[in-house]
Write a protein that binds this ligand. Sequence first.
Ligand SMILES: [Zn+2]
Length: 273
Amino acid sequence: MPELPEVETVRSGLEKILRDDPVIEEIELKRADIRFPIPQDLPRVLKGQRVERVRRRAKYLLIDTPKGTLLNHLGMTGSWRLVNAGEEDIHDHCYIRLGSGRRLAFRDPRRFGMLDLIKPGQESSHVRLKGLGVEPLDAISFHGEFLHAISRKRKIAIKVFIMDQRVVVGVGNIYASEALFRAGLKPTRAAGRLSRHEADRLALACRSVLEEAILAGGSSIRDYRQAGGEEGGFQHAHQVYDRGGEPCRVCGAKIRSKVIGGRSTYWCPKCQK
Ligand SMILES: [Zn+2]
């Protein structure tokens, strides 16, 4: 499943395309729903609109126009790609024809993705967006003081806590394991037991691990591909994720793995306390 860095990589790819070619000439829907129904007035409302920017909130992509925002989630296997006129794939659910004549296709074989339309002024009350936690890349709202304060008296495992979308968004399974390794914290520690200093380290680790993954173009896992079709390169830098039984790259101890909160979790028993 694409995590935040992959979605950010797709966002910047879409932004580059739409900055030079911003007019939506036509939207063609190939089906009435993906994971959820697609509003059938979406093509009419966005036809002829000029894209102002492409944003990301959590793992949602938001393509803003004056008349409304196209909201997209990649789900497990969603991708955007430029396709030639006449080129169609049975897994393409939506085509956006641009001013240049090029077409952007939303391709999603497993159909866990979504497309929705947000009318102006409706974003903060949108069912998928309301209640989302802070952005981990936003240093002004996400920092040790915040993480420490919000985790007091919470008995759940710190890994489950930082993956809670109501606390902080987009720290998915891979990056939670990697950030906890970097911060030297065992994933099973109770969230409420983190010291202020440990919370500082963890917030910084979450941000740096995500930033580095974005620079590397995201992890390329299973069906994920960047907008241009290149594979991401972050998986080669994993310290613990998916390395159960292998030696820690820092101390040589065997990386341990366990299912925590329903998700595979990896840590070094020596480096993480
Ligand atoms: Zn180690």
